[in-house]
Design a protein around this ligand. Structure first.
Ligand code: ATP
Length: 373
């Protein structure tokens, strides 16, 4: 019997699709998704979503119908997952990081002891998606530390809106002999031990990168975070201009991250665009980081939804302290999807302090036997 997912539920965006396809592929479940991206205008698949489904289908030897641009319904019948060398290209500036979001869970459990490699093209630093630097410096360090992921990312070319053309190489080492993801326990926030960052720029003058970094540093200091501020913490924001041959179009952006003594991570970012000067972009990223720190959780609002699928797959009970702003709609949606497709049990508690703790008894997913042995 197939699992039917209503893509209009809660957030009603692309994440429902990515999480359901990943879980269906891992669990070998025949999946039908209807009303895809009903919460977006226009609804249906865009390049990025279609390319992600095609990539997942290739990795999982799936039979797919309905995966065309604009389609609001797909049928996904997974076969056997195989590790290996894969590539995906949305051709547009569609986010390469969202191609990673759909394919990473599959490759983590590929039944092979050899690492898999992914070459993902498209936008590396787009809006409404994690920037690749966020994946490198926030999501992956957190996922490695708490869930045991072993993934390396190499940004070969940056791709910005509207041209795209970025290229990212990802190496995913699956757990040895069917190893499971470990459960995460991140209940204490602890002090901020360091703030790091990268201001990236391509096809534009290098001083704009330095301006973004300086403006973010100033804003953080004004809000009490810096070597001489009321919260004494090192702030190290690198400014990096890509070589002209390493980029297709022009663009810029900044990603900041705060490392927390309790093992948590808080990110804040902004993407450069017409009409926003470098000072404003730097300040926007700093403001987002400060907002995340003030919420008082061990994860920021984005990491919160991105780790839900890992909590569902991990062995044992994960518990993660989130901020005081309540769970995001993306997080509630990710939990809903995980509950539809797996037997993971979630429990959400709002503490007296106002913080929300997500607890999840994961299914302890394990890869099928190594076909190469
Ligand atoms: N600024 C950001 N920093 C880090 N992650 C982000 C940021 N903005 C969005 N994300 C992440 O990107 C994902 C976006 O999911 P969403 O459902 O909105 O998907 P989408 O494919 O962009 O679709 P749609 O076009 O339907 O919105 C979420 O996992 C969210 O956490």
């Amino acid at each position: 019997m197939n699992v039917l997912i209503d893509g209009s539920v809660l957030e009603g965006g692309g994440q429902i699709l990515r999480n359901s396809v990943s879980l269906a592929a891992l669990l070998g479940k025949h999946l039908t998704i209807e009303k895809i991206r009903n919460g977006r205008k226009p609804p249906g698949l865009k390049n990025q979503h279609r390319t992600g489904i095609e990539l997942a289908a290739e990795i999982a030897s799936a039979r797919v119908t309905g995966a065309t641009n604009g389609s609001c319904e797909i049928d996904f019948v997974p076969g056997r997952i195989a590790g290996g060398t894969y590539a995906a290209d949305p051709v547009t500036a569609g986010a390469a990081t969202l191609l990673l979001q759909i394919s990473l869970p599959l490759l983590l459990f590929a039944p092979s002891s050899a690492p898999s490699t992914l070459t993902l093209k498209g936008g590396t630093n787009a809006t409404s998606a994690p920037q690749i630097d966020y994946i490198q410096h926030v999501f992956l360090p957190f996922a490695a530390r708490h869930f045991g992921l072993n993934v390396a990312v190499d940004v070969r070319k940056r791709g910005y809106f509207p041209k795209g053309g970025g290229e990212v190489h990802v190496t995913v080492s699956p757990g040895v002999d069917g190893a499971k993801l470990t459960s995460a326990s991140v209940l204490e926030r602890g002090a901020v031990t360091r703030i790091g960052g990268i201001a990236h720029i391509a096809g534009l003058p290098a001083h704009l990168g330095r301006t973004m970094a300086e403006s973010a540093t100033k804003r953080l200091a004004a809000c009490g975070f810096g070597p001489d501020a009321s919260v004494p913490v090192p702030v190290e924001i690198e400014s990096k201009r890509e070589k002209n041959e390493d980029t297709v179009g022009a663009g810029s952006g900044i990603v900041l991250w705060a490392e927390l003594a309790g093992g948590g991570m808080i990110g804040g970012s902004a993407v450069g665009r017409k009409g926003a000067d470098a000072i404003t972009v730097g300040e926007e990223a700093a403001n987002e980081l400060i907002k995340g720190l003030e919420a008082g959780g061990a994860v920021d609002e984005w990491l919160e939804d991105q780790v839900v699928i890992l909590m569902a797959l991990a062995e044992g009970t994960s518990e993660i302290r989130c901020g005081k702003d309540g769970l995001t709609l993306h997080t509630k949606t990710a939990i809903w999807v995980a509950e539809q497709l797996t037997d993971a049990k979630f429990d959400i508690t709002v503490e007296d302090s106002g913080h929300t703790v997500i607890r999840c008894k994961g299914i302890g997913y394990t890869a099928p036997g190594d076909v190469n042995k």
